[in-house]
Design a protein around this ligand. Structure first.
Ligand code: MLT
Ligand code: MN
Ligand code: ZN
Length: 298
C-alpha cells in the first residue's frame, strides 16, 4: 500500500520514561515491564517512497535509526522529502537541531511557527542553502511530499510553554497550533497531536475520515495533580483529556471514522500500561493506543 503512516514517537514531551520521573509508568518502563515510548512524531508517505516527518522530536536521531523506511538509500540519499511542524513546543521542534547535517528537505509550518523558529537563532544551524523554509497558509492544500497532499487547519491550543506571558489563553484558534489533513490514494487522514477542546467545526471536518491520530496526553484532566507531579490541569496545558464529560474517548463515536489512534501520550497516562482498566476502556471505545514503530495503513 502506498499511503502509509509510521509512528516514530507516541509519547508526549518527556517520553516514557521521562529522565527525572519516578511515577509508576516511568518506573515500569525503566524496568522493561512496559514498552518505552519516544516523543511525539509521525512519518507519512503517499507513494510508498517519499516520506514526510510530522514534528521533529528531541528523539529523532534514535527514531530514524529505528525506522527502516526512512534509512538512507545511498551515501547521502534519504527517502525524506519534508518536515512539518504543528506547533512550536520543544517536543516538536528540538529535533530540527539533529537534522542539521546539510541534508536537503523542505521545512513546512505556518508563518507564525516559522517566526518562532526564526526568533531562535540556534535553528540557523539548518543551512538555508539546503533546508527550504516554506510558510503554509491555513486551509490551503499543498504538496507535502510527492503523491501526498496536506492541509493545515487551526485547532484550539496555546503558545509554546517557553513563550507564555502573564496570562495564557489556552483555547487560542490561529496559527500557533494546527492539525494536519493528509490525502493520498483517495484516503483522508488527520494528525492532531495537541487539541484543547473539540469544536463543532473540527468534528465536521474530521467526519468520515479513514484514520485519525489524536491528542492522548492525559487520561484525566487532574492527572498531574493527583499523581503529585505538578499543579497544572490538562486544560491549562492546552490538552483535552480522554475521560470525563468532555473527554475524547467517546467524542468521535458518531463521526464514522475508520481507525482512531491515540498519540502524544504523557508518561503518567494509565493507557500506556497494557492490561490497565483505562487501556481496556479506551480500546473498548475503539481506540488504538499508539506505540513507537507502529505502521498504520489508512
Ligand atoms: C505540551 O504538549 O503541552 C508541551 O509539549 C509541553 C512542553 O513543551 O513541555
Ligand atoms: Mn507536547
Ligand atoms: Zn513518569
Amino acid at each position: 500500500m502506498a499511503f502509509r503512516t509510521h509512528i516514530l514517537g507516541a509519547a508526549a514531551g518527556g517520553g516514557l520514561p521521562q529522565w527525572n520521573c519516578g511515577c509508576p509508568n516511568c518506573t515500569l518502563a525503566r524496568e522493561g515491564e512496559i514498552p518505552t515510548q519516544t516523543q511525539s512524531s509521525l512519518a507519512v508517505t503517499g507513494d510508498g517512497v517519499h516520506w514526510a516527518i510530522l514534528n521533529a522530536s528531541p528523539d529523532i536521531r534514535q527514531q530514524l535509526t529505528d525506522a527502516k523506511p526512512l534509512h538512507p538509500t545511498g551515501l547521502r540519499v534519504l527517502p525524506l522529502s519534508s518536515v512539518l511542524i504543528t506547533n512550536g513546543d520543544i517536543d516538536h521542534v528540538a529535533g530540527l537541531l539533529t537534522l542539521r547535517e546539510m541534508q536537503p528537505f523542505t521545512l513546512f509550518a505556518t508563518q507564525t511557527i516559522h517566526g518562532v523558529l526564526r526568533d531562535n537563532p540556534i535553528f540557523d544551524a539548518l543551512n538555508a542553502s539546503v533546508v527550504k523554509r516554506t510558510p503554509i497558509a491555513l486551509d490551503r492544500p499543498f504538496d507535502l511530499a510527492p503523491g501526498l497532499r496536506a492541509t493545515l487547519f487551526a485547532v484550539p491550543g496555546k503558545v509554546p510553554l517557553y513563550m507564555e506571558g502573564e496570562t495564557v489563553e489556552t483555547q487560542l484558534l490561529g496559527e500557533n497550533t494546527v492539525g494536519v489533513e493528509l490525502t493520498a490514494a483517495g484516503k483522508r487522514v488527520y494528525y492532531i497531536p495537541g487539541c484543547a477542546c473539540l469544536t463543532d467545526d473540527l468534528k465536521a471536518r474530521i467526519r468520515g475520515a479513514d484514520l485519525l491520530f489524536f491528542d492522548g496526553t492525559l487520561w484525566a484532566d487532574d492527572e498531574m495533580i493527583t499523581e503529585g507531579l505538578g499543579q497544572k490541569t490538562g486544560a491549562r496545558m492546552g490538552h483535552m483529556s480522554m475521560s470525563g464529560p468532555d473527554g475524547s474517548l467517546g467524542a468521535f463515536d458518531d463521526l464514522n471514522i475508520g481507525q482512531r489512534v491515540y498519540v502524544h501520550m504523557n508518561n503518567t497516562n494509565p493507557v500506556l500500561r497494557p492490561g490497565s482498566d483505562q487501556r481496556d476502556t479506551a480500546e473498548g471505545h475503539g481506540w488504538i493506543i499508539g506505540q513507537d514503530g507502529m505502521e498504520i495503513t489508512p
